[in-house]
Design a protein around this ligand. Structure first.
Ligand code: URA
Length: 238
């Protein structure tokens, strides 16, 4: 990986999304930041992110060029970086994270809830979304009417949508007569709604619960967290 040779300590902390420069100034003043064991007091102090050992409150902080975040998107929020009318997934983050230039990796419909990954790593996001990489995305769905085993098989085998697009095979695990988990390896516009629509049914609730092996878990709706190191590996190798 290619790092800047030297960077300001406050930039170091703001780029990894840990503190804004203002917060960093406060931590520096309080003597909470050390570089190679020496307390540093000034934001302009230069560090080599690759070689220097930077600690906050005694904990070693590793420099990362990119940031990876998981948000649990609520209903009515759009998967965009800006929107003149609606709240965006970026608006779910604290204001000082806006400087990180994060964007959503893929889109959920405005009324779909659940897992969205935000990053500023364009290459990994591109790979994760590429149809060539067949990344599995699983959704919990509820439909208006009971779906039959024929409906299930037809959707799983792939069917032709109204616009002529032939969908790729997918997997449905039934939970009840009206609900289940559906796992897709592609992400066409309104795909799940159109798959059930093609069988005369209607999605009334849709929630993305996993992206590859990264799962939403019990993160509350509207909240966010950093991906763990293991999840970052999954995402960047997708
Ligand atoms: N399929 C849909 O129909 N909507 C989504 O938001 C995601 C998948």
């Amino acid at each position: 990986m290619c790092y800047y040779l030297y960077m300001r300590i406050d930039k170091f902390f703001s780029e990894i999304g840990k503190f804004s420069r203002k917060e960093c100034a406060d931590k520096l003043k309080r003597g909470l930041i050390t570089v190679n064991g020496e307390t540093v007091k000034k934001g302009e102090f230069k560090v080599d992110p690759e070689k220097d050992t930077v600690c906050y409150n005694g904990e070693v902080i590793k420099y990362k060029k990119y940031v990876y975040i998981l948000v649990n998107k609520p209903d009515g929020v759009v998967s965009a970086t800006e929107d003149g009318r609606d709240k965006t997934v970026i608006d779910l983050l604290p204001n000082d994270m806006k400087r990180l230039n994060l964007f959503p990796c893929g889109r959920l419909d405005k009324d779909t809830v659940g897992l969205v990954i935000l990053t500023n790593d364009g290459i990994s996001a591109h790979n994760a979304l590429s149809p060539k990489h067949h990344v599995e995305k699983t959704y919990h769905f509820v439909v208006a009417d009971d779906f039959s085993n024929e409906d299930k098989t037809a959707i799983e085998n792939g069917l032709t949508l109204a616009d002529g697009y032939a969908t790729k095979p997918c997997k449905i695990d039934r939970l009840t007569s009206k609900s289940g988990h559906i796992t897709l390896t592609e992400g066409k516009y309104h795909e799940i709604k159109r798959l059930f629509g093609a069988r005369g049914n209607k999605i009334v609730f849709l929630e993305r619960i996993s992206f590859s092996k990264i799962t939403l878990g019990d993160l509350p709706r509207g909240e966010w967290r950093y991906l763990t190191e293991e999840e970052e590996k999954i995402f960047t190798n997708a």
